[in-house]
Write a protein that binds this ligand. Sequence first.
Ligand code: ADP
Length: 735
Amino acid sequence: MSGARVLLVDDDAALLQALPEALHLRLPELVVDTCDEALEALRRIAEVDYDAIISDIKMPGMDGLALLERVHAIRPSTPTLLITGHGEHELAIQALRGGAYDFVKKPIDRDYFMASLARAVQMRQLSRQVEQQRLDLERHAASLEQKVAERTHELVAANRAKDKLLRQRDQALDEARVAAERLQVLQHVTDTALTHLDLHNLLSELLARVQGALRADVVAILLLNGASTALRVRASIGLEQAVGEEIALGMDVIGQIAERRRPYIVDDLTEVPELIPGLRAQARSLVAAPLVVESRVIGVICCGARATGAYTHDDAQLLRLAADRIALALDHARLYQEVQEAMREQRVGHLRVEELATQLGHQAAELGAIIEAMADGVFVCDPSAHITRLNKAASTLLGLPVGAAAGLTVADIGEMVQLRAGDGEPLAQADIPLLCGLRGETRTDLLTVITQVRTGMEVRLRISSAPIRDQLGNIVGAVAVSRDVTELDRLERQKDEFLSVASHELKTPLTSLKGLAQITRRRLERGGHTEAAHLAGMERAIVRMELLVNDLLDISRIESGKLALRMEREDLPALCRQVVEEQTAATNRSVHIDLPADAILVDLDADRISQVLTNVLSNAFKYSPTDQSVTLRLQQTADEVRVAITDRGPGIPKAEMPYLFERFYRVPGIDVQAGSGVGLGLGLYISHEIMERHGGRIWVENNPDGGATFTIALPMTARLRSVSIPLKVVNSTQG
Ligand code: ADP
């Protein structure tokens, strides 16, 4: 009864007062709400779920029966007790029929009322509990159902997962089997590669392996040619007739495999152009892979099958893996062949070396014989200046028996002979020819006088020496060759003496002749005789002869070291102008001169420098066409003053330049174009000597646009420069 709550509805205020009190006494835990009319009661019932309702039947407005009906509608489980007045038996029956729980007659029998109410409340509470339990049960059932559904779902999912795992396991087993098969194929390919180094056998073995592995009807290996422009069918099973064919690398399947370096499948070969001659007749589908070594494509391997679409992605992968091994094997075979080739070449090379060694031996013997037979002395030493070879002439020169050179050094030779230079001075240690050679210097025609210590015999030699170098340029010795010029020098001296005497003897009569010719010419001119012209020609001839004789005299002065210079401070531009004037007056030729207006003072022998300028200028006239002018230009540099004479003649051939300033040298093939053809080839030699004696230079260059330029250069000391008047260039023409 705890927590039970009831509603008492009655319009009788006394009852509303008394009955709750009485109820409280008997049922102290019961809460009793009161209400004096039905409508209010309905409002409360809608709010509170009472355990029981007690209502009077007779009430103004809505009576107890109407209320009962309404209560049933909204609270069908709430028990309702109705209170009836005395004698209202019919109403009581009606109330029970209307669904009332009980009725209590007035005056109320309290015991009965309490007991009925207590039952009603208990029943209500029981029915509530039952309801609650039913609800709980329903909820429990629902949650059980939910759990069962979840479990079932989980079971289904677990079953599915199990099925999937089983399927995966089967698949993995299948893959493992395929992988094992492939590994075996690859192993076979590798084994084949390792056991065959001969390319031919290797290729046919590899083809057989690949054919078995890929169930192919046709297999072919194509290798790239040297220029990488075409693939050549190297070996095949099923396409033997195509072996040797070249397939140009285009944009077709094979070209693309080589270019993209990826395997390729063709499901139907009739849909692509013919790849290898005869392939389409043997196969409908194809798988092919590139042969790659160290990222370099060396060829392509193809497998064909009679059925269309015979190859899968896996087949392509297997072929690719096999192709990698095949490519390596082919590369190894190629290397093996190269090694074999190299070894063959080495053997041939060896034989060649032996042949060459024999040849060299012969040549060495030949050379030895030649050197021995030479009239010139040959001296050879090693880097430590030990004599390694002396020929017969050299031994004789030293006064040694032939073959006695073993163990001698260059210093020992110095003990046996005295060495002097051409001028008679003892030869400095540094100038000993073999030692010069060991230092890397090459010397030619060094005039040396040697005197045998033992016999006192004197010989004049021209010695040339040079280093001997190995292939790397290292000095491994030195060689000196001596030519006995004693007799030649004697003849030379005799010739010089003759020239000196002859020129001296010729000069005096020539001078008298010239004087006589001049006097006679003038007399004839005064007498109006036409023969005067002949005498003028005679005079010119005498002048030319005089020039020749003067050249010869100069030569003997130079040879005897008697060419004396009279040095004075002179204005070089003025000297040039004077020479140009004399030459142009005598020849009628024109000269462009390019000279500074101001003086440039130089220490020189005016006669000799005039002689040089005259010689160069007259050569320019002599060897260039008469209608071409000649240019004379003076230039001052930091330490020299240069006079350059340029002509428009034939120029000097490059090969002749080294000899141009030698005695009696005339360039072959260069004709005199103007004036007298007389010339001994002495002018440039004498000019060279004169320039050297001045501490100056003379040289020749060819002009880019033809002709030659001879330049003489005289040294300008700082002191000379300070007294010279600053340069100012003026151009003028003389002629
Ligand atoms: P030569 O008396 O013969 O002129 P040189 O010693 O003056 O003697 O000249 C030597 C040779 O050089 C000449 O014979 C000639 O062949 C050549 N030569 C000299 N000057 C010139 C030049 N300006 N152009 C071409 N050849 C020249």
